[in-house]
Design a protein around this ligand. Structure first.
Ligand code: F6R
Length: 369
């Protein structure tokens, strides 16, 4: 079943271009987003949404956190991400203007299922983003937008994550079109960016050998920090989660802007820090701020591994290692930047002789609380 790959994870990481392409397939028609599964949601209903609450756990929640930036920018609807288990044990404010979107690869995560049931009881409409046909969560939801990543066997989620972001982006663009919040040209550009992602992920996969080398050099590392900003922030969190679960190394992700509010105290000579660097072409001008964060931690002895777009020369004087990703519009960079972090965790796990597909203490789907 592994088809010649040494692990399911390695196979699934390599399948990410297809996971994105297959999730897009059939959903862009004549340059327009088209999601037939959402037909039960009339345009009037989509225009009436005042708030979106995303419920999910783990990596799926990070996909939601990435999509928040895109959906808010495109469709001008506030989006909040809730861990399913935190959501359902209080009295969350839900009304008929609230759309609840659940994200689950397996479609069986008990906490997410219960969050969806609770939301429906409170009168919310629900959409499931799910990778498993006919699973329980989609059956309990008003509509389902399937991700077509194919079966994910390795416990650590990889291709489902990029497929989840893809599905949520398509949804966000659909919502923006219906609500008239995005000029036609911007919609067309965003769809073209999305369609260009599979080939760009393929390019990032071409860097695998370098990332593997880095992981092998770092096999004795005891702690790794990850910094990111804007859409790079949830990617930093995801990079840290992957490293914890696969290589059993203490890892933490931070919003780069938080450094001075505490985390910079952790920096001592030799501390490895991955930094997801935003594009210098981004309109919010975050790039110089993150470059200056890199300078600050470097001055305190951090060993900086920058994930930066091709041609970004500003990071070169300060980073010990630079892993390049191809140019993409800023909102689409997470789909590229996450890949080296997945590979790093996988290779480090392997360098330590661990079971990449089946890390200790973890199950692929968490059907108990
Ligand atoms: C991490 C990972 C988990 C899952 C989480 C949700 O690599 O796989 O954090 O993302 O357990 O699972 P699903 O998406 O099946 O609800």
């Amino acid at each position: 079943e592994k088809g010649g790959w040494s692990s399911f994870m390695r196979k699934e990481v390599s399948e990410q271009p297809d996971a994105v392409a297959n999730t897009i397939r059939g959903r862009i028609v004549d340059g327009e987003v088209h999601i037939p599964e959402l037909e039960s949601f009339g345009d009037d209903e989509l225009r009436g949404i005042r708030r979106i609450t995303v419920v999910a756990c783990g990596t799926a929640a990070y996909a939601g956190q990435v999509a928040k930036y895109a959906i808010e920018q495109w469709a001008r609807v506030p989006v909040e991400i809730e861990l399913s288990h935190e959501f359902r044990y209080r009295e969350p404010v839900i009304d008929d203007g609230t759309l609840v979107i659940s994200i689950s690869q397996s479609g069986e995560t008990m906490d997410t299922l219960m969050a969806v049931k609770y939301a429906r009881e409170q009168g919310a409409r629900t959409i499931s983003i799910c990778n498993t046909q006919g699973a329980t969560i989609p059956r309990e939801s008003d509509a389902v937008v399937y991700t077509h990543a194919g079966p994910e066997v390795a416990v650590a989620s990889t291709k489902a994550f990029v497929a989840q972001i893809t599905a949520l982006y398509l949804f966000g663009l659909h919502l923006a079109r219906v609500r008239g919040t995005l000029p036609h040209g911007a919609l067309v550009d965003a769809l073209a960016e999305l369609q260009a992602i599979p080939a760009k992920i393929e390019e990032v996969l071409g860097e695998s050998e370098r990332v593997a080398q880095l992981a092998h050099w770092m096999a004795d590392t005891r702690s790794v920090l990850f910094l990111g900003r804007h859409v790079g922030f949830p990617i930093a969190l995801e990079g840290a989660l992957k490293l914890k679960e696969l290589a059993y190394i203490h890892a933490e992700g931070f919003a780069a802007g938080e450094l001075k509010h505490g985390p910079i105290a952790l920096i001592e000579p030799g501390q490895p820090v991955f930094v997801v660097v935003p594009s210098p072409r981004g309109s919010a001008n975050l790039h110089p701020k993150v470059v200056s964060n890199i300078q600050e931690i470097r001055a305190r002895g951090a060993r900086v591994i920058a994930i930066a777009e091709a041609g970004d020369a500003a990071v070169l004087p300060f980073a010990d290692e630079v892993i390049r990703i191809p140019l993409a519009a800023p909102l689409f960079e997470p789909l590229l930047a996450v890949v080296p972090l997945q590979i790093f965790a996988m290779e480090l796990s392997q360098a330590k002789g661990l079971d990449v597909d089946q890390p200790r203490n973890l199950a692929k789907s968490v059907t108990v609380e």
